[in-house]
Design a protein around this ligand. Structure first.
Ligand code: NAP
Length: 296
């Protein structure tokens, strides 16, 4: 079998097109969705993410507010900025780029963001809403994975899903979303015994580990759908490095029914889902109809 390649780049482009149409509808009702992104420090990778977020936010017609603070910003000053953004009516989504400098307590900062503007979905109240099956803002990366799985498979009800990884930003919310769609969910992690045997049961495999090519093709059930969240640097040709996923793409693609590549799979969906969450937050804040299929 040769797997269908799930083209996350094309999927994300279509999603952004859809969001742009919905933003136009919301603007016609007199509201412009706005996303505030806060970056503390000068981590080059974070700066690139923030730039991309700002560009894509503007491209779909939303307002983008960027706040760049120096590395030595006091936690109290960051909390004060967040308090201002919480009450700013032009801001519907607030994202504080992680990681934060070591002298700032991430949990305190995330807890300070208004739950209704928490477009990263990391606030414990949103985590609780998701896990109790209520309307939440859901972390962007697993939301993107869910959208691609639904598009690929239709109903997920009754399917065996194995999520490898139990982080708060990917593994756990992914498991909750799959449960919400009535899959039978197993969450594997570094202490899981016989991981290969566990993964072989799965109709859906979501790998979110951070270990290059850890999942070989002989762990994959023939025809399974494989979502590879991992982004790892591995040695490429002539001393260069290249990005690879947590799955060994060639051997997995030979067995799977469908698979996301790295790069070009899950990655592009993450920012698109941030825009989707901002639009959702804006619609909820103003009592406007929420577009279908953009939230969990
Ligand atoms: P993380 O917080 O480091 O969590 C990794 C998880 O993998 C942990 O739960 C860990 O188990 C588990 N694990 C580690 N070694 C394992 C092993 N040998 N067997 C089974 N499980 C193992 O990572 P993360 O933030 O979830 O990110 C995971 C990957 O996704 C990374 O490559 C990251 O770069 C990528 N990522 C991509 C996007 C995107 O937009 N595409 C977004 C976020 C993350 P324990 O809990 O037992 O330690």
């Amino acid at each position: 079998m040769t797997a269908t390649i799930i083209d996350g780049k094309a999927f994300a482009a279509r999603l952004r097109g859809r969001i742009a149409e919905e933003v136009a509808r919301v603007k016609a009702a007199g509201v412009t969705p706005g996303l505030a992104v806060v970056l503390v420090g000068d981590d080059p990778a974070s700066a690139v993410y923030v730039r991309n977020k700002g560009r894509q936010t503007a491209e779909v017609g939303m307002e983008s507010f960027e706040h760049r603070l120096p590395d030595d910003t006091a936690e109290a000053d960051l909390l004060e900025l967040i308090a201002r953004l919480n009450t700013d009516p032009k801001v519907h989504g607030i994202l504080c780029q992680l990681p934060l400098p070591a002298h700032i307590q991430t949990d305190r900062v995330l807890a300070a963001i208004d739950v209704a503007k928490d477009v990263d979905g990391f606030h414990v109240s949103n985590v609780g809403l998701l896990s109790t099956g209520q309307k939440a803002l859901v972390p962007c990366t697993p939301l993107g994975c869910l959208m691609m799985l639904r598009a690929q498979l239709g109903s997920l009800a009754g399917l065996e899903a194995v999520v490898i990884g139990r982080s708060n930003i990917v593994g756990k919310p992914m498991a909750q979303l799959l449960l919400g769609d009535s899959a039978t969910v197993t969450v594997a992690h570094s202490r899981t015994r016989d991981l290969g045997e566990v993964v072989r049961r799965a109709d859906i495999v979501v790998a979110a580990v951070g270990r290059p090519r850890m999942v070989p093709g002989d762990w994959i059930k023939p025809g399974a759908t494989v979502i590879d969240v991992g982004i790892n640097r591995a040695a490429g040709e002539a001393g260069a490095t290249r990005l690879v996923g947590d799955c060994d793409f060639e051997s997995c693609a030979a067995v799977a029914g469908a698979i996301t590549p790295v790069p070009g799979g899950v990655g592009p969906m993450t920012i698109a889902c941030l825009l989707a969450n901002t639009l959702t937050a804006c619609c909820r804040a103003h009592g406007l109809a929420e577009p279908d299929g953009l939230a969990a």
